[in-house]
Design a binder for this molecule. Structure first.
Ligand code: ADP
Ligand code: MG
Length: 364
């Protein structure tokens, strides 16, 4: 066996890049399987740092700190895919990094991502790279309006994107990019947003969770409904798409595939996230194996767990002030509350989530 595919047994230390709620829940799942965790994060008192065995607070480009971090861990993974390529490369020379730097490079660049997807036969919204106003005007003429202008890199929760509608001034949308490279996407008149989360091991085993529906408010995920109410053939196509992408990426770890379901039940892929994903939080209380445990299993080379759903679920994010509703949620018998340990409930900030679960009759 090569070093990259060696099993990392319980008792080992998992290095996690990024310190948000995804890292927190990953560290908790790792602890449940007997692992230690070491979080590398630029900020103090991070949600993940609060529950990890050890924390390094340093910048992602601090190569000395990265080397010291690598020396203390057996495998490296991340909860945040926008770490610089040089960071992932530096770590990959020292320790196994899952998913690998090549997967990161694709997932952190919307242009590379869409070209990769189209190249393996997976449809996306039509798109054009745009850096200048003439390029944007030409792309608008081809793709029509409305269209969505996005930064190629570093976007999340709708940040770095502008919808250009009939009558809007394209120059203003371009200004909003602040000089960053852009990609113009044709607007998809979807009937539903959905996602599929799939895990893959180094030996090629795959396991997926059922497709779910995602509802956004102000571009931030608000609610996930599991399972998505789509025809079986559409669900099968969504699952097959996610498994195909995971194989083609040679993924080791977890991949969330965000999709648009069109009015005629076609699947277009919107985004890839090679890590646990907000739309998989429902699995914590409704599946035999949560997405976080599955990620730990995949990156450590353990057998994957059953992704089977014993309950249907509705996951509601608690955003900003919504977190103050926690006492009433605790009083609900079917609700499971998860809070992230963030001190300040700023608007738009993900503070926690609640899973409302409904056991399936076949499991009763
Ligand atoms: N081409 C598009 N057509 C229609 N809606 C879109 C399009 N691109 C993005 N959106 C909407 O904006 C949301 C956020 O966009 P996304 O590309 O997923 O960026 P982020 O990285 O911020 O999650 C999507 O979930 C969807 O609701
Ligand atoms: Mg998205």
């Amino acid at each position: 066996m090569t070093a990259a595919s060696a099993m990392v047994p319980p008792g080992s230390t998992i290095g996690i890049l990024g310190g948000g709620q995804l890292g927190r829940m990953l560290a908790l799942a790792a602890a449940a399987l007997g692992y230690r965790t070491h979080v590398f994060v630029p900020e103090r008192d991070s949600p993940a740092g609060q529950v990890a065995t050890a924390t390094t607070v340093a910048a992602y480009d601090d190569l000395d700190a990265l080397s010291r971090f690598a020396a203390t861990v057996d495998v490296v993974t991340f909860e945040f895919e926008n770490v610089p390529a040089a960071t992932a490369g530096h770590l990959a020379a020292l320790r196994p990094v899952h998913p690998g730097p090549g997967v990161l490079a694709i997932a952190q660049d919307r242009l590379l991502e869409k070209r990769f997807l189209n190249g393996i036969g997976v449809p996306t919204a039509p798109f054009r790279p745009v850096a200048t106003l003439p390029e944007l005007e030409a792309a608008l003429a081809e793709l029509g309006r409305p269209a969505v202008l996005k930064t190629v890199r570093m976007g999340y929760d709708g940040k770095g994107q502008t919808v250009i509608r009939p009558g809007d001034d394209p120059a203003r949308a371009l200004l909003a990019l602040g000089g960053a490279d852009g990609v113009l996407e044709g607007f998809v008149d979807f009937r539903m947003e959905a996602s599929v989360i799939v895990a893959r091991t180094a030996s090629g085993d795959l396991a997926h969770f059922v497709p779910v529906e995602n509802r956004h408010v102000h571009h931030i995920l608000d609610t996930t409904i599991a399972p998505a109410a789509i025809p079986a053939a559409t669900a099968d196509a969504a699952v097959e798409t996610a498994r195909h992408i995971a194989r083609e990426l040679d993924l080791v770890g977890l991949l969330a595939v965000e999709m648009f379901v069109t009015a005629d039940d076609r699947i277009l892929v919107n985004e890839l996230a090679p890590r646990p994903h907000n739309s998989g939080h429902w699995t914590m209380d409704a599946c035999r194996t949560s997405q976080f445990e599955q990620h730990v299993r995949a990156v450590c080379g353990l057998p994957l767990g059953s992704p089977e759903r014993h309950s249907d679920a509705i996951m509601k994010n608690l955003i900003g002030d919504e977190v103050h509703g926690w006492p009433a949620i605790l009083a609900e018998p079917d609700a499971k509350l998860h809070l992230y340990g963030k001190a300040e409930a700023r608007p738009g900030r993900k503070m926690g989530h609640v899973n409302r679960v409904f056991p399936r009759a076949s499991f009763a």
